[in-house]
Design a protein around this ligand. Structure first.
Ligand code: PLP
Length: 408
């Protein structure tokens, strides 16, 4: 068995998820919209799952829109909520977002731009942290929607949604959410990377239908649920234009027969993550700190530059997240060598792994995106529920050879 250090790309399903899902794959298999008894049984399972997921977020069950994952949830927020707010509340066709969002937000934002919207993209500092001052300059009381992620997938930086000083601040003062709430502007937060390790209830509390956090995206497969499943929590009173038209499921907000098994998996994963969060955060941070120290030491021993990217390990960084650039080395060769040794890491985001483009996140943070620039030499090691000391050991054992072979 190799070592899997790519939980930010996807985590394997947990045993408790598989056990919870199984009956909905083999026994309770009717369409939850059917009125017969098997259909009602499926519906009961679905609504129980919805209530469980809602409890983990702190929202009402009716505020949960089940989707096919984080990408659909993000798209529904940007392309469904922003135009609906512009129409229903007479807001400007104006979206404000950040330079480090996942493509699931960036591409819908570009689509709004193609439709004639003004899209302001706010920059970040050297650690990937959104510039709240610049955001304050861009957001007006007429802005339709702001979309800023909870934590970045490539560099693990937790964004100042709750507070400017501390990423997890409870009062929200000085953060993106408070700024939006003060101006009566709706905020969508992509919580795909944070859902397993940060408190979504605290996040959801940072808004009302009038402004602040009104929508939160979650994806099941980042926290031990099944791939192809997620949700968008949408605060009641916030209008949403559906993107999928059809049978009117999910209260008309997302048509299509609901995948009950996946919803059960998502709810199980969310509830389990919430129950063990405090312990898990400490455990993951301990593994991550050993990993970071070991990688930096391996770089020093090999005489190569290895730089940790993103926020320093601490309250402003996801606990299981380590990301580096290796200027002067080929990140791709390092990853290939590690893979040969049975260690699976990635270059940043799963979707940019196949492309030659420099990471837009690292470039926004000020790193060189040129042909041999540091932004092209990234290596990301991310930990999750199945990670152990042995995974970190395997990486640290394989690294010296990988570094030696990757000199440009
Ligand atoms: N948003 C972020 C921050 C992500 O990291 C990802 C996946 O990598 C997504 C959205 C897309 O989620 P999904 O894979 O469920 O479509």
């Amino acid at each position: 068995m190799g070592s899997y250090l790519d939980h930010a790309a996807t985590s394997p399903p947990t045993r408790e998820v598989l056990e919870a899902v199984w009956p909905y794959l083999v026994q309770v298999t009717a369409n939850p919209a059917s009125v017969h008894t098997p259909g009602q049984q499926a519906r009961e399972g679905l609504e129980r799952a919805r209530a469980t997921a809602a409890a983990a977020i702190g929202c009402r069950p009716g505020e949960v829109v089940l989707t096919s994952g984080g990408t659909e949830a993000d798209g529904l927020a940007v392309l469904g909520i922003a135009p609906a707010l512009a129409a229903a509340r007479g807001r400007d066709r104006h979206l404000v977002t950040s330079a480090v969002e996942h493509s699931a937000v960036m591409e819908p934002a570009r689509e709004l731009e193609r439709r004639g919207w003004r899209v302001d993209v706010v920059g970040v500092d050297g650690s990937g942290r959104v510039d709240v001052g610049a955001l304050a300059g861009a957001v007006t009381e007429r802005t339709a929607l702001v979309s800023v992620m909870h934590a970045n997938n490539e560099v693990g930086t937790i964004q100042p949604i709750a507070g400017a000083g501390r990423a997890g601040g409870a009062d929200g003062s000085g953060g993106v959410a408070a700024l939006c709430a003060e101006r009566g502007v709706a905020l969508h937060v992509d919580a795909v990377q944070s859902a397993g390790v940060l408190d979504l209830r605290e996040l959801w509390a940072l808004g009302s239908a009038a402004g602040g956090v009104v929508a939160v995206s979650v994806s099941a497969h980042k926290l031990g649920g099944l791939r192809g499943s997620g949700l968008l929590a949408v605060r009641s009173g916030v209008p949403l234009e559906p993107l999928a038209l059809g049978g009117g499921q999910e209260r008309g907000r997302r048509s299509g027969t609901v995948d009950v098994a996946s919803a059960v998996g998502l709810a199980t994963a969310l509830a389990a993550a919430a129950a063990r969060r405090e312990r898990e955060v400490v455990r993951l941070a301990g593994l991550r700190d050993r990993l970071v120290a070991g990688v930096l030491a391996a770089g020093a021993a090999a005489g190569v530059e290895v730089v940790l990217t993103g926020a320093a390990p601490g309250p402003e960084r996801l606990p299981g997240h380590a990301s580096f650039v290796l200027p002067g080395l080929s990140g791709e060769v390092v990853l290939a060598e590690l893979d040969l040794a049975g260690v699976a890491c990635s270059s940043g985001s799963a979707c940019s792994s196949d492309s030659d483009d420099a990471s837009h996140v690292l470039v926004a943070m000020g790193l060189d995106g040129g042909p041999a620039g540091a932004a092209r030499s990234s290596v990301r090691c991310t930990l999750g529920w199945s990670s152990t000391d042995a995974d970190v050991d395997a990486l640290l054992d394989a690294l010296p050879t990988a570094l030696a072979r990757a000199r440009l």
